[in-house]
Design a binder for this molecule. Structure first.
Ligand code: PBG
Length: 329
């Protein structure tokens, strides 16, 4: 008798589809990136990221309360630093009254249980727009790592739960871990961007923070000497293992959709949670297509987020977090 097995029985109606669904998104899967600026009452839309904003501290407080009430329980903070405070060494990053340090405080005061992760890298503070110190056309590794460790201590002292180094310097996880231990900041975790690719998808983010590499002679205009080559797979696994060995509590793959093969492989290789960053360009791309009426925003958004989770993400950093949670009802 033909056929003995009919797979469509498990797709016949929404009840059975729900019953056999393998991957379920929940609000607690999300890490919400937030852009913070100086000022009061500021809520500026980022031109290439429709419906996403730079917020001043007062609005940041309101935003995190709203997120918490929606079931979103973790944020990833980025700051936009005024140009006059930028230099080659990111001096402002260590200011204990700097914007990041105040932002951490603002979130914790508004919403004490909100998990706060902070971006650790020099680019928002760098007059060259690089993630490290620039000298003779090179991005210095070890000198940068020392500053990242100081920055991590400063964020931890301000109340950050996790620091998230997004710079891709070699060996920095160990240097940061040791520095935190030395300061008895033993409860502060590290989420390492272990497989961060040199991607064209970061454009809107660099616009949001005005942090793109600056055109200047003898300074590289791209980040290919530290971020990974999109062509490489085995190297990503090596990076993940090394960061776990150095003390990373969580590892991250970035961007998302183009790199889901890497997500699955790293998930199968390491025993720490894996985060995926669905980056600004991925957000911009869908918003633009939806604006033109070329794609259905909500269905494509959910399909992408489910795919990221199915690939192995334990945590999803996404600008769509609020849109998605609203849709989950
Ligand atoms: C820089 C940093 C970048 C992003 C997060 N941290 C940009 C870059 O490496 O140039 C990108 C995030 C996004 O595009 O959403 N340390």
């Amino acid at each position: 008798m033909y056929p003995l097995r009919r797979n469509r029985r498990l797709r016949a109606n929404s009840a059975i589809r729900h019953l056999v669904r393998e991957t379920i998104l929940t609000p607690s899967d999300f890490l919400v990136p937030l852009f913070v600026v100086e000022g009061h009452g500021v809520k500026e839309e980022i031109p290439s990221m429709p419906n996403y904003y730079r917020l001043s501290l007062d609005n940041l407080g309101k935003e995190v309360k709203e997120l918490w009430n929606m079931g979103l329980c973790a944020v990833l903070l980025f700051v936009k630093v005024p140009d006059n405070l930028k230099d080659n060494k990111g001096t402002e990053a260590l200011n204990e009254h700097g914007l990041m340090q105040r932002a951490i405080n603002t979130v914790k005061s508004a919403c004490p249980d909100m998990l706060v992760m902070t971006d650790v890298a020099l680019d928002p503070y760098s007059s060259f727009g690089h993630d490290g110190i620039v000298a003779n056309g090179q991005i210095l590794n070890d000198e940068t790592s020392e500053i990242l460790a100081q920055m991590s201590i400063s964020h931890a002292e301000a109340g950050a739960d996790f620091v998230a180094p997004s710079d891709m310097m070699d060996g920095r996880i160990q240097i940061i871990r040791e520095a935190l231990e030395d300061e008895e900041l033993t409860n502060t975790g590290i989420m390492s961007y272990c497989a961060k690719y040199a991607s064209g998808f970061y454009g809107p983010f660099r616009e949001a923070l005005e942090s793109a590499p600056v055109k200047q002679s003898n300074v590289p205009l791209d980040k290919q000497t530290y971020q990974m080559d999109p062509a490489n797979r085995i190297e990503a696994i090596k990076e993940a293992h090394m960061d776990v060995d150095e003390g990373a509590d969580i590892v991250m793959v970035k961007p998302g959709i183009c790199y889901l093969d890497i997500v699955r492989e790293i998930k199968d290789e390491v025993e720490v949670p894996v985060a995926v960053y669905q980056v600004s360009g991925e957000y911009a791309m869908l918003k633009a297509a939806a604006e033109k009426g070329w794609l259905d925003h909500d269905s494509v958004m959910m399909e992408q987020l489910i795919s990221i989770k199915r690939a192995g993400a334990d945590i999803i950093a996404s600008y769509f977090a609020k849109d998605a949670v609203r849709l989950m009802g």
